[in-house]
Design a protein around this ligand. Structure first.
Ligand SMILES: Cc1cc2nc3c(=O)[nH]c(=O)nc-3n(C[C@H](O)[C@H](O)[C@H](O)COP(=O)(O)OP(=O)(O)OC[C@H]3O[C@@H](n4cnc5c(N)ncnc54)[C@H](O)[C@@H]3O)c2cc1C
Length: 359
C-alpha cells in the first residue's frame, strides 16, 4: 500500500496517523518502508519505521508464511519482526504489517533560528533532544544549503516544528526556545515554506535532465564525532573531480547522535553516461570511506541496496557479516530473493564491477 493512501484512509476514517512521512510518501509503500528501515520527516515525534512496527506477515523463499510480533512488548526470544525490518527483501517478502497509530495532532508550532555555524546549530539540536522531549522535526541546514533554499546568506538555519496536543507542543516550544537562546530568531514562515516544498524534487530533476549528476548520502554519527564528520565528508565529496556542490543538513536527532544528509551535484568533464557514472561512483566512494573512517554509519534510512553493497562487510565487521550471511543461507538457500542486495553472496554470478568490488 502506498504511503499517502494509508494516511488518507487512517486520517479520514479513524482520525489516526502513523506519523511516518518520508519525502517519498506518495512514491513509496509500507512494505518498502519496512524493507529499507525508512524514516519519516517527523520521526523525532513518531519514531523511525522500526519503532512504529509491532508485527509482520512475511512469506519466505520456500513459501512458508511467518507471523511475527503483535504485542506492545514481549520477552520470548529474539525479535523476529526486527530481523525482517531492513532486510531489503533478501530474507522474505513482507505482505502485512501491524503499525502503531496515534490520534491526529490537534496543535502545532513552528520556529526558525539562525546560527553562526552548522556546529553551533547541531549543538542546540543535541541539547534539545537530550532534554527528553523534542519537536517532531528539527532540521538544521548548513549555510550553503539554507542559502540555496531560502536566500538566507551566510548562516546555518534551524527549522523546528512540532505537533501533538497543546500541552506537549507548548513544552517542546519552551525547550526549543531555551536551547536556542544564543541564536537569532528567524521568521517561522521558513517552516511553512519548507512544508510547502518538502516533497518537491523537481529542481533536482531539472538539473539531471540537463546532464548534471545529483544524489544524496545520509548516515548517522554520534554528537561527539559530528563536527569532524560533517566537514570531512562534505569536503571529500566536493574534492571529487566534476563535483560542483556538496552541502548538508541535519535531518533526524537522537539522544546519542544525528542523521546528516549530504546533497551533492556535479557535471562530468566528458559527455555520456560512462563519465557521469565514474564521477558518481567516485563521489560515493570518497563520501562513504571518509564517513566510515570518522565514525559514521553506512546509512540512516535509504538502506544499502546495490550501491552501498560493497561497503557492507567493512562497515558491519566480520562477525556480524557472517551471521547475516548464515541467516540468508538458512532462509533462502537458493539465493532467489533480491540477489546481491545488502552485499549478500549471490548464486547468480558477481555483481557488475562497479557494485561488486569491496572498497
Ligand atoms: C525523492 C525521494 C525521496 C525519498 N525520501 C525518503 C525519506 O524521506 N525517508 C526514507 O526513509 N526514504 C526516502 N526515500 C527512499 C525510499 O523511498 C524509501 O527508502 C522507501 O522506504 C522505499 O520504499 P519503496 O516502496 O519505494 O521501495 P522500493 O524502492 O520499491 O524497494 C526498495 C527495496 O525494498 C524491497 N522491498 C520493497 N517492498 C518490499 C516488501 N513488501 N517486502 C520485502 N522487500 C521489499 C525491494 O525489493 C527493494 O530492494 C526517498 C526516495 C526518493 C526517490
Amino acid at each position: 500500500m502506498f504511503g499517502d493512501v494509508l494516511e488518507d484512509e487512517l486520517q479520514s476514517e479513524y482520525g489516526l496517523t502513523v506519523g511516518h512521512w518520508p519525502q517519498s510518501i506518495a512514491l513509496s509503500t509500507v512494505g518498502g518502508w519496512l524493507a529499507c528501515r525508512g524514516a519519516g520527516q517527523l520521526s523525532n515525534r513518531y519514531g523511525k519505521i522500526e519503532d512504529i512496527v509491532i508485527g509482520l506477515d512475511v512469506v519466505l523463499a520456500d513459501g512458508t508464511i511467518v507471523h511475527t510480533g503483535g504485542h506492545a512488548r514481549q520477552s520470548a526470544g529474539p525479535d523476529l519482526t526486527q530481523l525482517f525490518v531492513g532486510s531489503e527483501g533478501t530474507l522474505g517478502i513482507i505482505t502485512g504489517a501491524r503499525l502503531r497509530a496515534r490520534s491526529v495532532a490537534t496543535a502545532n508550532h513552528s520556529s526558525a533560528w539562525a546560527f553562526p555555524s552548522f556546529e553551533a546549530g547541531a549543538d542546540a539540536c543535541r541539547s534539545i533532544i537530550q532534554r527528553g522531549l523534542a519537536p517532531a522535526a528539527l532540521r538544521l541546514y548548513d549555510a550553503a544549503e539554507a542559502d540555496r533554499n531560502w536566500g538566507t546568506g551566510d548562516i546555518a538555519v534551524l527549522l523546528a516544528f512540532d505537533e501533538g496536543d497543546q500541552a506537549t507542543v507548548d513544552a517542546t516550544t519552551t525547550i526549543t526556545a531555551e536551547e536556542c537562546s544564543s541564536a537569532a530568531p528567524l521568521d517561522a514562515e521558513l517552516v511553512t515554506k519548507w512544508f510547502g516544498h518538502r516533497n518537491d524534487v523537481s529542481a533536482l530533476e531539472a538539473l539531471i535532465s540537463r546532464g548534471y549528476m545529483v544524489d544524496t548520502l545520509e548516515l548517522t554519527v554520534s554528537w561527539t564525532d559530528l563536527p569532524v564528520l560533517y566537514t570531512t565528508v562534505r569536503d571529500a565529496i566536493a574534492a571529487t573531480p566534476g563535483i560542483i556542490s556538496s552541502t548538508a543538513h541535519l535531518s533526524h536527532s537522537y539522544s546519542d547522535g544525528a542523521c546528516l544528509y549530504f546533497t551533492f551535484a556535479g557535471k562530468a568533464a566528458a559527455e555520456g553516461p560512462d563519465a557521469i557514472e565514474e564521477m558518481y561512483m567516485s563521489a560515493w566512494n570518497a563520501g562513504t570511506t571518509t564517513a566510515l573512517t570518522h565514525g559514521g554509519s553506512l546509512s540512516h534510512h535509504h538502506g544499502v541496496g546495490l550501491n552501498r553493497a560493497r561497503f557492507m562487510s567493512a562497515s558491519q565487521g566480520e562477525g556480524a557479516t557472517s551471521v547475516l550471511h548464515a541467516m540468508k543461507k538458512a532462509l533462502d538457500p537458493n539465493g532467489i530473493l533480491n540477489p546481491g542486495k545488502l552485499g549478500m553472496p549471490t548464486a547468480f554470478g558477481d555483481l557488475p564491477d562497479r557494485f561488486g568490488s569491496e572498497h
